[in-house]
Design a protein around this ligand. Sequence first.
Ligand SMILES: Nc1ncnc2c1ncn2[C@@H]1O[C@H](COP(=O)(O)OP(=O)(O)OP(=O)(O)O)[C@@H](O)[C@H]1O
Length: 423
Amino acid sequence: MDSIDKTYAPVEYMPLEDIERPERYRPGGYHPIAIGDRLSDRYDVVHKLGFGTYSTTWLARDSNTKKYVAIKIAIAEANILESKILNSLALSEPSDEGYPGKALIPRVLDIFSLDGPNGRHTCLVTEPGMMALAEARDASYTRLFKLPVAKAIAAQVIQAVAFLHHRGVVHADLHSGNLMLRLPNSIDELFPGELYEKYGQPNVEQFVRLYGKPLSGGVPTHGVVPISLGKESELVPLSEAKIFVTDFGESFLPSITQRHHSNTPGILAPPETYFMPHEPLSFPSDIWTLACTLWEIIGQRPLFEGFNPSSDWMIKEHVDALGKLPCDWWQKWDARQRWFTEEAKRTYEGAGRQLANRFVDSIQEPRRESTMEDIGEAEKSALLAMLRGMLAFKPNERLPVTEIIESQWMLRWALPVLEKVAA
Ligand SMILES: Nc1ncnc2c1ncn2[C@@H]1O[C@H](COP(=O)(O)OP(=O)(O)OP(=O)(O)O)[C@@H](O)[C@H]1O
């Protein structure tokens, strides 16, 4: 979402695990919701699905259709471009033929506004997901998907990006927290009481203001821990390896909007954000982030690592994995001597991990240790060739998605598995 203040207010309330900070229920912030609320005369709030910087998302039962929906309630006065982009993607265009990725973008089922103590909030109604891929991995000890499941998911993410780029849209935040496993339709057969029996009653905790002060107006009395509808990543069967892409809050059309910054997590941001800050970002920036995200879907550890990393640390990661930067960028990078000689060799012997080592540490060994299928030699070459093409330093040298979708890895190893899911 564009131009929204991300700063956090000082701590005023007891923090609660897995619940949004109550400080963010303030004018211009979240809208207070309680389980059982009826929204827009139609949707009964049954549970909470999650929260982010710009919104809280609730599971509700649509009294008209008797189906469950996700209602994303934006912070007040937010400029919601997300619904405009989703609505335009939903329009039928003859050129969409041959883009299966269209089915992987959520349809906006309804949109309405809510007025409350913190302002006017746009509410976006879409299909509810089971859980984000990131959540399935976080719930798992191995942090791995079975290999066929990972391949089927990766193929769908590529198809989704192919459709978005075909329609002129850069997603701009393609991480595994924004890729959602689909819920089986059978969930709609459960009444809310049965849903609670299966997944547990909402876990509701009281918000407590520090120093015995009363809650500020606009803060709900209770917070709700999000429901867990899914399972650990390694338990996801191939039949459930169906996804959709969420959170178009960062998305933009390069033909209309000049975007120079990336709000995607630092470990996924492309190097042009550091070296070409005056050039607008475009489709290749999605391709870099897509490569990092495909790696995480197939492996156990991120491709590039860092905890709250500085840009210099990230560039060091890129050079370790992929080799020396193009000459002009190398000269521009003042911090290079902290880690490298002028030939881009590490100043400390043994330090630094190349792409091939990362492939072993992150993908092959963890898979073997978890007694899961690993990747054979021919597939490994095809996968690494595709990823290397996606990770070209200069954005204009990166593979476009039209070539990724036709890559050996996609055609020979990923799509055939995806076809089994559809069958
Ligand atoms: N359709 C959905 N089905 C299930 N859960 C959802 C859905 N949409 C959002 N969520 C949950 O809500 C969380 C926040 O949603 P989202 O990332 O879209 O919000 P945001 O405010 O734009 O956040 P940020 O930009 O900080 O990621 C997600 O991580 C997910 O857990």
